[in-house]
Design a protein around this ligand. Structure first.
Ligand SMILES: O=C(O)c1ccccc1NCC(=O)[C@H](O)[C@H](O)COP(=O)(O)O
Length: 211
């Protein structure tokens, strides 16, 4: 069985991205959505991020224009883009022809998740399930993961939304019964918005060992 990968999202410092890479984190998420407190533009130099290797760099966008996304991919050397708004399957598919696209779905618990993901199956590389809340992401709120149980998704998925240091046991239990491609963590591992607590992340990674 493949190991479940880990993505740390909302990074605003190059040094932290390097440290996370050194801890063995698989994906680093960078927010390209100006209203977010984790907006990274102006905080990390494009050329410096482009030189960073050994961790998959994901740009997170909310309803951004295709040319804005493509410019950021080029300037920052992104490996994947995460579409976290109301982007259509056609928009996602057109980007996915050039770069891996992770489509985020914000879950309230009332919807049929397979109905949401169905139209995107052929258009994206992976799905990401986050919690539906007032803000688009980074809210620290968790949804009821049982809505994903038993569903066979046509794409690998990231489990996201309020996963914190105290959730190791719950995550492990969920992973024993469900095939999760990667875990996505963010605000529950911060000392301030956009600044990660690396000791907590190391502890979390240690807790997941053996999966
Ligand atoms: O993190 C943000 O500020 C953010 C803002 C707008 C869109 C997406 C954003 N984050 C995307 C992520 O992938 C987060 O890791 C995900 O929402 C989970 O965050 P959290 O609930 O804090 O663990």
């Amino acid at each position: 069985m493949n190991k479940t990968l880990v993505k740390v999202c909302g990074i605003t410092e190059l040094a932290q991205a390097e440290q996370l890479r050194n801890l063995g984190v698989d994906y680093a998420g960078f927010i390209f959505y100006a209203p977010s407190p984790r907006y990274m533009v102006g905080k990390i130099e494009p050329a410096a991020l482009r030189r960073l290797k050994g961790i998959q760099k994901v740009g997170v966008f909310v309803n951004a224009a295709a040319n804005e996304i493509e410019e950021a991919v080029e300037a920052y050397g992104l490996d994947a883009v995460q579409l976290h708004g109301e982007e259509t399957p056609a928009q996602a598919g057109s980007l996915n022809a050039r770069i891996q696209v992770i489509k985020a779905f914000r879950i309230s618990g009332d919807e049929e998740v397979k109905t949401l993901t169905g139209p995107y199956a052929a258009a994206v590389t992976a799905f990401l399930f986050d919690t539906k809340a007032k803000a688009y992401g980074g809210t620290g709120q968790q949804f009821d993961w049982s809505v994903l149980k038993t569903a066979q998704f046509s794409r690998p998925f990231f489990l996201s939304g309020g996963i914190g240091p105290d959730d190791v046991a719950a995550v492990k239990a969920f992973l024993t019964e469900n095939k999760v491609y990667a875990l996505d963590v963010n605000s529950k591992f911060e000392t301030a918005q956009g600044i990660k607590d690396l000791a907590l992340i190391q502890q979390f990674l240690n807790g997941l060992k053996g999966l």
